[in-house]
Design a binder for this molecule. Sequence first.
Ligand SMILES: [Zn+2]
Ligand SMILES: [Zn+2]
Length: 318
Amino acid sequence: MTLPGSVLTWLIQLIRCCLCLLGFCGAAHGTDDAPARPLDAHWDAGARDCKAAAPLPLQTFFYDRRTIILRQNPCVSAEANFIYLLLGESRAMLIDTGAVADASIMPLADTIMGHLPEKNGTRLPLLIVHTHKHLDHRAGDTQFAHLAGVEIIGADLESVRTFFGFPQWPEGVGHVDLGGRIIDVLPAPGHQENHVVFYDNETALLFSGDFLMPGRLLISDRQAFRESAVRIATYLSPRPVAHILGAHIELDAAGIPYNFGTHFHPNERPLELSREDLVALGGAFEHFNGFYARYPHFVLFNSKLELPVLGFEELMAR
Ligand SMILES: [Zn+2]
Ligand SMILES: [Zn+2]
């Protein structure tokens, strides 16, 4: 017997509904995201000989007029951090300040203050927050320390819990209102104990720091990491996700990690990841050997085994 196409479609939808009611379409499947606009950014690759190349220390990319992505040149710091500036109606928020304290090497504060619009003759106030407390995400704080209209939130756990309001850490969701732009803040311990990620309701971007990025995901607490991935995927399940933007790119277009500490990133893979990568991250821990595992868009890497793993990785890359 052959069913007419419309009846078949109706039957498939009915079966899908029944499976959902029975709990077979949970958070892991998530919302079907509309195709997101690619970043279409070309990041400076650094150089084999940075002295000869002398590139600009900071690269600026406008995702849109209120969402600005900055990247430290790999020549300035091998970490080559991404830093994000979000503009609202009443204030701006900077996520991370990068790996360089010295303004003469990387003029972060000058660059950021230059991007803040003025209202009635006064610059938009700036809030500085961090994905976590590793130094490559907050070394630039010192450049802002004495500037008027700037508030810096400490990167220690107590400051993070207090400012964003997490009495039941790592449960709960914090909110930052930038004026017509609400940013949700979600705990994401696992790479580091007080890591958070930021979800922008305006652009549907998730700023994920070192928790999820195209690179080595250093794991300090395996269980916390897995639980964070599942909790964040569940939270985002009914929400759109345009891109997941982390703090580093450490893989080339073929998914091979660059050598640790290199200042040259030829043929980098794109910065952006997707909801599928977040779901894959949660699932990856179920089979993780606790040592090292390479996936197409990230590498799980036990931070306690750093040296042996780096040697192993070089062998695998040959
Ligand atoms: Zn880190
Ligand atoms: Zn980092």
